[in-house]
Structure formats: structure tokens, C-alpha cells
Design a binder for this molecule. Structure first.
Ligand SMILES: Nc1ncnc2c1ncn2[C@@H]1O[C@H](COP(=O)(O)OP(=O)(O)OP(=O)(O)O)[C@@H](O)[C@H]1O
Ligand SMILES: [Mg+2]
Length: 270
């Protein structure tokens, strides 16, 4: 029987309502996502920042339909992803989403071309079309002369470009990147960011997790996560958020210094 999927009027590409992801519910529970609500519109370029363990990858996996939340709703194009079964989720992933991971996730025994082609095989794309799409994607990331190289014969930056080619081969409207430049030097980082920018200028929605302040500063919008909660969203703060974060950082440092001074004073009094 066809499952009835709840639909709302799709005002946003992504609409997340009160989402929780709780590991080990009970005493030692981890609230990886602790009540996240958020919308992302088509064509946005968003970075997600936050300390290690704050919940960034968990959120990204939700956005990418790779994980299932404990509570809450996720509407993608107005359709509630939260209630879909595995087959439906995998259809959505195939049609809508391109993933780029920090560790590239390439198959070592396959060439660049074969790595890019593989998901297209899973999607049932015919051989000629696969060839066309794979070559075009590799050309787009400047690797037309590395198609027959395996990952071990390529630099980190080149491997990441293969991973991007794989993610964009079928032109998905939504690109999710979890620390795409985390393992790269500054030159490769600049190249990868330029490619992501270009994909965005072609009209795709791009969401990037990053630890790199410079990358975050280049985005139109930055969302900061802490302990599974959104503590800053420059879109809501009308573009003033980068300063807010810096101010907060300064405030935190002042608080910390004051605390240290008080402790020292107390120490002196004894
Ligand atoms: N499978 C799991 N079981 C239990 N806890 C988990 C699991 N996966 C993640 N967590 C916890 O959820 C929290 C959020 O993890 P997440 O991977 O989203 O962090 P992150 O912000 O991506 O960190 P990093 O910057 O280090 O990649 C962490 O405290 C983590 O320990
Ligand atoms: Mg992570």
C-alpha cells in the first residue's frame, strides 16, 4: 500500500521543526540534537559551525536523510521525511542530495572515473549517459586528466575533487558537505571552496560544516550550534551575527579572566 506522506505548503526547501536526536535515552543520554528548528531556502549558501561534539554532523546526517531523528519533523520540499521508509529515503537521497565528506569516502580500488560513475549505476543511469555525466563532472573539478588514477595515485585535494565530482554528477539541487576541506592544505581548500561557490552560483543550495573561520565568513549565512542547539543564526540576526559571535567570544574571555582573577583573589585572602 502506498504510504501517505504528510505534506505542507513548501515555503522553504528545508523546514525542520523541533528536532531531537537522543542517544542512549535515560541517565547517560546524549542530546546530539536538542530541539532544533530551522528553515533553509532554495539557493542559500549556509555554513554550520560549532565545537567538536556540538551536533553538526548529526544535523547534517538528518538534512541528508542518512539518519532518523528521535523526535521532530523534517519537511523537504514540503514533504515530511520523518515518516518515510528506507526506500523512499534512498530515492530522495539519489534525486536531491549530493554528499561530500571530510574523509572523501572514495573506493580505493576504483579509478576516479569509476568512483564518480558508481552512484550513477545504482541510480540506474544507462552506460552512455553515465560516461557523459562522469566525464563532465570530473572536468568541472579540473580532473579530466586524472580519470584513470586511483585515489592512492592522487593528492588529498584531488581526491576531494573526485568526491565532489561524484556528488554533483547528477546535478542534485542540494549539496551537503561535512568538513570538505578538513584534510586539505590552504591551496586545495581555496580550490574546493571555489568549486562549491560555483555550484552555488548555478543555483544549488549548499550547506557546509566547517571549523574554518575564513570559510564561515565567506558564507551568506552561518548557523552556530552548541550542545545540540542553535545558538546563533546570522539570517535571523540580520547579517550581524559574525560580530555577535566575536563579541560573545570576547565576553566569554572577559568572564573567564574575571573568574580567574576572583579565584586568585580568593586564594590571596586565605
Ligand atoms: N552513535 C552515537 N552514539 C552515541 N552518541 C553519539 C553517537 N553519534 C554521535 N554521538 C554524540 O552526539 C554528539 C554530537 O556528535 P556529532 O558527530 O554530531 O558532533 P560534531 O559537531 O559533528 O563534532 P565534530 O566537529 O567533532 O565532527 C557528540 O556528543 C557525540 O559523542
Ligand atoms: Mg562532525
Amino acid at each position: 500500500m502506498e504510504k501517505k506522506i504528510e505534506e505542507i505548503k513548501a515555503e522553504h526547501l528545508i523546514e525542520i521543526r523541533d528536532m531531537y536526536k537522543i542517544y542512549n535515552p535515560g541517565e547517560n543520554e546524549v542530546r546530539a540534537l536538542d530541539g532544533i528548528s530551522l528553515t533553509i531556502d532554495e539557493g542559500e549558501y549556509v555554513t554550520i559551525i560549532g565545537h567538536s561534539g556540538s551536533g553538526k554532523s548529526t544535523l547534517m546526517n538528518m538534512l541528508g536523510c542518512l539518519d532518523v531523528q528521535t523526535e521532530g519533523d523534517y519537511f523537504l520540499h514540503g514533504k515530511n521525511v520523518a515518516v518515510m521508509d528506507d526506500d523512499m529515503l534512498s530515492d530522495i537521497r539519489n534525486a536531491e542530495i549530493g554528499f561530500i565528506f571530510q574523509g572523501f569516502n572514495l573506493i580505493q580500488s576504483l579509478t576516479a572515473f569509476e568512483n564518480v560513475e558508481l552512484p550513477l549505476i545504482y541510480r540506474g543511469v544507462g552506460k552512455k549517459e553515465r560516461q557523459r555525466l562522469s566525464i563532465a563532472a570530473l572536468a568541472k573539478v579540473g580532473l579530466e586528466n586524472r580519470m584513470d588514477h586511483t585515489p592512492s595515485q592522487m593528492s588529498g585535494g584531488q581526491q576531494q575533487r573526485v568526491a565532489i565530482a561524484r556528488a554533483i554528477a547528477q546535478a542534485p539541487p542540494l549539496i551537503l558537505a561535512d568538513e570538505p576541506t578538513g584534510n586539505l592544505d590552504s591551496k586545495s581548500t581555496a580550490e574546493i571552496m571555489a568549486i562549491l561557490r560555483e555550484l552555488h552560483s548555478e543555483g544549488r543550495t549548499v550547506v557546509i560544516i566547517t571549523h574554518d573561520d575564513e570559510i564561515a565568513a565567506m558564507a551568506d549565512r552561518t548557523i552556530e550550534i552548541k550542545d545540540g542547539k542553535i545558538i546563533n543564526d546570522s539570517k535571523l540576526a540580520d547579517g550581524t551575527e559574525t560580530e555577535d559571535i566575536e563579541d560573545k567570544e570576547v565576553e566569554r574571555n572577559i568572564e573567564k579572566e574575571e573568574k580567574e582573577e576572583t579565584t586568585e583573589d580568593e586564594g590571596n585572602n586565605n
